[in-house]
Design a protein around this ligand. Structure first.
Ligand SMILES: Cc1cc2nc3c(=O)[nH]c(=O)nc-3n(C[C@H](O)[C@H](O)[C@H](O)COP(=O)(O)OP(=O)(O)OC[C@H]3O[C@@H](n4cnc5c(N)ncnc54)[C@H](O)[C@@H]3O)c2cc1C
Length: 387
């Protein structure tokens, strides 16, 4: 490590968190010749509960192929209501939706960043960050590091962003239960989304190499009692897993909380930006968090680079960019979620079973359309039916 004494700058930029957002930021910062250190509390590769579904369009944001970590290429999406009444959407194009395993994607991005010159230290919990003059101090258990600029990408459990006034002061969370089941997969090209089983949410089953990633997400509450969530989740899994040809008790469970988008907030401060889940960017309707994590990581790297080059407005531009390129669509996604998950049966009949729906859904999943493109018509339809 290039330390310059206890009070010296250790790096131009420190990235806290080596997940999708931190990895994307590190790739682009180091690619632009910045001196970067990434700190993650976990030694890599680390397991990360995540379905791993993402639009193949994210490839455009990287100067190298992501194909080495793509485990399945989804050609169609199958929706059900209470495990019945299926709707199948064929996805357009040759590879619009990919499944990755997070342990592999995140390690892969970090390896590319290291090849470009970044340093990575796993097993390093960042306890606190604070501004000291023109520098940032980063507190590890037995060391304090200094840098000029900071990227906070410490995920849904972030303790660092809110005290700096970045993102929502009181984040909104979805409750998730994920199950990884190893074993043969009959159909590697179909992703399943099930409505009507999980209160105020949905369940999914995505194929991956050597198994299936299954999950439940519930979206409208502020995160309740974990024991109760687990019990309710088990009751859903007892029906869901056999419907997929799996024993009800198969796989290992992992209960979690996922920060979801809940309004436009500043994502920058002096010499600091927040990205990914820590910035509460995750889609509040379908829990899509990987694309915004990668998008914001790339945008954060550009903004920090410009700021280091002496453009003081670059960090405020980052907040604006994330608002226009992602937040505006999520504002519609939140409205759709609020209506859909309150009357999910009506939502399923009117939103998903419409003749035009499969194509629209495919376009949303592939990143071709944003929620704003479909929302006004969808909400009018749902409200009209209710009232
Ligand atoms: C069950 C489940 C299924 C999901 N499925 C999908 C899906 O199929 N598609 C999709 O698009 N999204 C999905 N998501 C959402 C997606 O996983 C997240 O949005 C995404 O991981 C966000 O990436 P990130 O880099 O912001 O955070 P993370 O990937 O969580 O990375 C944060 C990193 O920061 C580290 N860290 C945290 N605190 C500290 C600290 N104090 N010091 C040092 N390091 C720290 C952590 O160890 C971690 O490695 C799912 C989420 C869940 C919970």
């Amino acid at each position: 490590m290039t330390t310059a004494g206890a009070r010296g700058i250790h790096r131009e930029v420190i990235v806290v968190g080596g997940g999708a957002a931190g990895g994307a930021a590190a790739v682009h910062l180091s690619g632009a010749g910045r001196s970067v250190l990434v700190l993650d509390q976990a030694p890599f590769p680390r397991h990360k509960p995540c379905g791993g579904g993402m639009a193949a369009s994210v490839q455009h944001w990287f100067p190298f192929a992501l194909s080495p970590v793509v485990e399945a290429v989804i050609q169609r999406v199958r929706f059900t209501w209470d495990l019945e009444d299926p709707v199948v959407a064929e996805l357009p194009g040759s590879s619009p939706f990919w499944i990755v395993r997070r342990s592999r994607l995140d390690a892969f991005l970090m390896e590319r960043a290291q090849e470009a010159g970044a340093d990575f230290r796993g097993g390093q919990l960042v306890e606190r960050v604070w501004r000291d003059g023109e520098e940032w101090c980063v507190q590890l258990p037995d060391e304090t590091l200094r840098c000029r600029a900071l990227v906070l990408a410490d995920g849904s459990g972030s303790q660092l962003a809110a005290p700096l006034g970045l993102g929502p002061r009181q984040p909104r969370y979805a409750t998730t239960l994920s199950v990884e089941v190893d074993g043969p997969v009959a159909d590697m090209e179909t992703a399943h989304f099930g409505f009507g089983l999980v209160p105020q949410g949905f369940c999914w089953a995505f194929p991956r190499q050597g198994g299936t990633s299954i999950g439940l997400g519930s979206f409208l509450g502020r995160g309740g009692d974990p024991q109760r969530a687990l019990q309710e989740g088990e009751a859903v899994l007892a029906r869901l897993l056999p419907s997929l040809g799996l024993p009800a008790g198969a796989g290992s469970r992992s209960l979690g909380r996922l920060r979801v988008w809940d309004g436009h907030h500043p994502l920058h401060g002096p010499g600091v930006v927040v990205a990914g889940d820590a910035a509460s960017l995750c889609d509040p309707f379908l829990a899509e968090g990987l694309r915004p994590a990668l998008l914001s990581g790339c945008a954060a790297a550009r903004a920090i680079g410009h700021w280091l080059d002496g453009q003081p407005e670059a960090l405020a531009d980052y907040s604006q960019e994330m608002r226009h390129s992602w937040g505006d669509s999520m504002a519609w996604g939140r409205r759709i979620a609020q209506v859909f998950y309150r009357v999910p049966r009506v939502g399923y009949q009117l939103g998903i079973k419409r003749p035009t729906a499969p194509r629209r859904i495919a376009q949303i999943l592939s990143g071709e359309l944003g929620y704003g493109d479909i929302a006004q018509r969808a909400i009018r339809r749902l409200l009209f039916q209710r009232g």
